[in-house]
Design a protein around this ligand. Sequence first.
Ligand code: ZN
Length: 205
Amino acid sequence: MILKIVQVGDPVLRAAARALTRQEILSAETQQLIRDMRETMYAAPGVGLAAPQIGQSLQLAVIEDSEDNLEEVPPNDLIEKQRSPVPFHVIINPVITHLAEEKANFYEGCLSLAGFSAVVPRARSIRVEYLDERGKSRAIEASGWYARILQHEIDHLHGALYIDRMQSRTFTSLENWRQFGPGRAERDASTGQPLPADSRDAAKK
Ligand code: ZN
């Protein structure tokens, strides 16, 4: 079942989501929620979806950046963003245990801020400990675009949105982003590096 994605202004997006017990993870209800969130993420389409985005204040998110997604992205863009396929997986009760100090600046979108995008600095690499959909403890070491997706989704579980971290002068509607092109007028204030000049949609999460 495709679920409704709530938009910015809904208090559920600003609440700290609660952790799930192993028993809850294994329940039929949670397993159905995971299937529905997966379907909703594909339909959106997006590369990640956190439970608060469908109105459930739970520490659970689904992620997938499929090879099919990446086929539509120019090769230079994939290299620049360090973006490579990420298979479908579920993260529950995730804790970030390491954030690299080095940051990457790229345009980012969110399914709960439909139609907008902005440059968001994110750590280039990250370590996350979490439970999978069977309640098993796992850890991820991620870098590049995957590290960005994880940081975005875990922020959702703490009531944070990318607009809390964005370079606010880069905030744009997607329509204007396509018309005027990202990175033409702006430069990253901290490094002086030009922002990516492609005009592809920022991946939505
Ligand atoms: Zn989001």
